[in-house]
Design a binder for this molecule. Structure first.
Ligand code: MN
Length: 332
């Protein structure tokens, strides 16, 4: 069920143009295709409505997404050209306010905050919260809003929204993929999306360092629980040697999940005194609950945690928790 009441409320808020509205669109830290495509598309749509828009993310736009239109508008939170206070701040695809990173300060100072997301675990931290767990991507909410606003869809907007669809459905392959995903994809292609280029840039091309990261991760890989759990890690030394960033490790866990018989996967990326954890499940175990128990979040089948502890301290805790969930699942 779509929350049309909130959709209409947001539509009226952004249309109600008493002079020039200053709006801020925000994506989550370590941006992915959905958060980025959603915030860029919404920003351009608001500009067309006459808003003065700033685009802010706590981290730079990842290399693989730099081909997207309008990425040159994106500023870091410390940019001096930003306003002190905005009429509206929009958060896109962000389950908790903490995920805004350093941009959280700008969010908190805004006159009205609007939280647009499809994560079931969303903490509803806005003045208005529009959460649609059934949506394939946050970009789909932006599309619904744009339709409600009678926006003229350009090829650029279609390409941004198509990117949110392709990334969050894993190229029309994961559990997010429903009939609606294909129907929406068809509409976006009719609007002029360059689908071949989006697929090539986002999913196919890899820098050499990320190929090297795969080598290291595959070297450390282990199976537990009779082959039902796969896990691996990249240590900080290797990251440094290869000059790799988090971006280069992104696909590791999904690649491991291809192992036959595997039901769950855990990937650790060691940083200085902190650890980034990715969790995956291809059975009916909700990994967002496991992630939340450690202060993280995400989706039922794909979640993450940023732990402020060294890898050696968190490794066993996380693996034990996952093993327990798996044991409980197998009992039932
Ligand atoms: Mn998303």
């Amino acid at each position: 069920m779509q929350d049309n009441i909130t959709l209409n409320k947001i539509t009226n808020e952004v249309k109600n143009n008493n002079g020039i509205l200053k709006s801020l669109v925000l994506a989550h830290q370590n941006p992915d295709g959905d958060t980025l495509g959603s915030m860029l598309a919404l920003g351009v749509i608001l500009s067309d409505l006459g808003h003065k828009v700033d685009y802010v993310i706590s981290d730079p736009v990842p290399e693989i997404y730099q081909f997207l239109p309008y990425t040159h508008f994106v500023k870091l939170p410390e940019d001096k050209a930003l306003q002190d206070q905005y009429d509206f701040a929009f958060s896109l695809d962000c389950g908790s306010v903490k995920r805004l990173g350093k941009a959280m300060m700008l969010w908190q100072k805004a006159k009205k905050t609007i939280n647009i997301d499809h994560h079931i675990s969303n903490e509803k931290f806005g003045d208005i919260n529009w959460i649609e767990p059934e949506a394939v991507s946050t970009g789909q909410l932006v599309y619904w809003l744009a339709k409600n606003l009678n926006v003229n869809f350009t090829k650029e907007i279609a390409t941004l929204l198509y990117t949110t669809l392709l990334t969050d459905t894993g190229c029309f392959s994961n559990s997010n993929t429903n009939a609606g995903a294909f129907l929406w994809g068809a509409e976006l292609i009719k609007l002029g999306t360059d689908c071949e280029n989006v697929y090539k840039k986002v999913f196919l091309e890899k820098p050499f360092k990320s190929i090297k990261i795969f080598g290291s991760a595959l070297n450390n890989v282990e199976l537990l629980e009779n082959g039902q759990l796969i896990w691996t890690y990249i240590n900080h030394e290797v990251m440094k040697q290869i000059s790799a960033t988090g971006e280069d490790t992104e696909d590791v866990v999904d690649y491991m999940m291809r192992t036959k018989g595997v039901k769950m996967g855990v990937f650790f990326r060691e940083d200085v005194n902190e650890t980034k954890v990715s969790l995956r499940s291809n059975i009916d175990i909700d990994v967002s609950k496991i992630a939340m128990s450690f202060g993280g979040g995400g989706h039922k089948r794909a979640s993450g945690i940023n732990m402020k502890y060294p890898f050696t301290e968190v490794k066993n805790q996380v693996l034990e928790k996952v093993i327990n969930e798996l044991k409980n699942y197998n009992k039932n």
